[in-house]
Design a protein around this ligand. Structure first.
Ligand code: IMP
Length: 427
């Protein structure tokens, strides 16, 4: 069973970190394959609440080696901060335990400035990005002018190339956005210093995975964001700039599809979204507020309140197909306790026609026109947080889980029933 991929089945923030943390206890390698510090995984462990952004959640499992893969984008300064935070919490982060793929692209301070500037220019059409420079960094990668982590090995060359790119970015900030340029000298010096500190962590990411596969090691691939934020298969243009879907693990880490034995789609028992874009089952009422309050639905990275709504199985069926899910991990079921009647979207009505499909490729306007067709199920009162076996859940909660399995034609393996590391019903 060499490769398991964990992927977000909705718009991100599904609670992947918890599921990865559990699966990582049996993995030799945990590899993050896409995105950058736009992600945020919260892990509650040994009294610490840790907000991880780049380092894979597997870092809490001492036997696992963590890889930040070639498909990711890395802000060197933020990565050093994150390593320091983990060390302060008593977690061992050494070059033996954490590896950085040489093919990952580097985020410069001016990428962040450009991200903010582009959003300002879009005005009402803004995507609502995390302003971490993710889009501009992937854009530079596609334009073939980006800086790869391999450069960190040679801080002088890195400093020279970073300087050139920062100057180009500054020209865009001035000429396209009428903004002040960023200071070049101090930034380049800071980056040179960061390069020297990060060099020991560098590896050839694809070669590292190839060797691990040859030794029949258990590899766990950790996706950031979610299926509907995928650049190709998400709700374009309100998406991120990487490939969070399972296919992104293959391109982001460098191995073939025949190695994959398990694809776990993580889905919340309801739906949330941050940033702009259509959201068919969104609740702009007291139930939405209740989900936000009880579920603590505020972004780990930006602190923004998340938009909340009913569970949407049109989305989950789409995620099952696009990712080839072998199972679903359903998180935050406990948040639904106390809601008398629960709704699940089973299909959409779009311009008078009923469809079971999520119309991702037709774009935001069509998704916004979709009216969900709901099925109603009875809710339950009981607090679920101490429950550790599926058969001990209230019968209504068992029926809710079983109905999702039937509608998505996919088995639910893990069920999250609370924020603690151990609040998980295991397969
Ligand atoms: P970007 O990834 O910062 O460019 O943001 C693009 C879109 O993806 C915005 O709607 C963000 O709110 C969303 N996004 C990016 N990362 C995450 C995440 O980890 N969770 C949820 N939404 C995210």
């Amino acid at each position: 069973m060499p490769v398991t991929i964990v992927v977000g089945a909705q718009w991100g923030d599904e609670g992947k970190g918890r599921v990865v943390d559990d699966l990582a206890s049996r993995a030799n390698v945990v590899a993050r394959y896409n995105g950058g510090d736009n992600a945020g995984h919260t892990i509650v462990a040994e009294g610490h609440t840790l907000g991880l952004h780049l380092v894979p959640s597997g870092i809490l499992n001492p036997q696992a080696i963590c890889l930040i893969g070639g498909g990711t984008v890395i802000n060197p300064l933020r990565l050093l901060e994150e390593i320091a935070t983990l060390r302060n919490a008593g977690i061992e982060v050494t070059p033996e335990r954490l590896k950085i793929a040489a093919g990952a692209h580097l985020i410069l301070p001016t990428h962040r400035a450009l991200d903010g500037a582009q959003e300002l220019t879009l005005g009402e059409q803004a995507i609502g990005t995390t302003a971490r420079g993710i889009g501009p960094t992937y854009a530079d990668k596609a334009r073939r002018v980006g800086l790869r982590a391999a450069l960190l090995r040679d801080p002088d060359t890195f400093a020279t190339q970073a300087r050139t790119l920062i100057i180009t970015h500054n020209e865009r900030l001035i000429n396209l956005f009428q903004l002040k340029p960023q200071l070049v000298g101090p930034q380049v010096e800071q980056l040179r210093d960061a390069a020297a500190q990060l060099t020991p962590y560098l590896v050839d990411g694809a070669a590292f995975i190839t060797d691990a596969l040859a030794e029949n090691k258990e590899i766990l691939c950790e996706g950031a964001q979610g299926t509907l934020l995928d650049l190709d298969h998400g709700t374009y243009p309100f998406v991120t700039s990487s490939s969070p879907i399972a296919g992104g693990a293959l391109t982001g880490l460098g191995f073939g599809p025949k190695e994959v034995t398990r694809v776990v789609g993580v889905a919340k028992a309801y739906t949330t979204r941050v940033g702009a874009g259509a959201f068919p089952t969104e609740l702009l009422d007291a139930t939405g507020d209740r989900l936000r309050d009880i579920g603590h639905e505020y972004g780990v990275t930006t602190g923004r309140p998340r938009r909340c709504g009913w569970l949407d199985t049109v989305i989950l069926r789409y995620a099952a197909q696009v990712n080839g899910l072998t199972e679903i991990a359903l998180t935050k079921l406990d948040v639904l306790s106390g809601i008398p009647t629960l709704k699940i979207a089973v299909a959409y009505e779009i311009n008078g026609a009923i469809t079971p499909h999520f119309p991702a490729e037709w774009g935001n306007e069509i998704i916004a026109a979709a009216k969900p067709i709901y099925e109603e199920l009875p809710g339950w009162e009981a607090d679920l947080r101490a429950i550790r076996r599926r058969e001990d859940l209230p019968t209504e909660a068992q029926a809710y889980v079983a109905r999702i399995e039937a509608l998505v034609a996919t088995r639910i393996s893990f069920i999250g029933v609370g924020p603690e590391r151990e609040s998980l019903i295991l397969p």
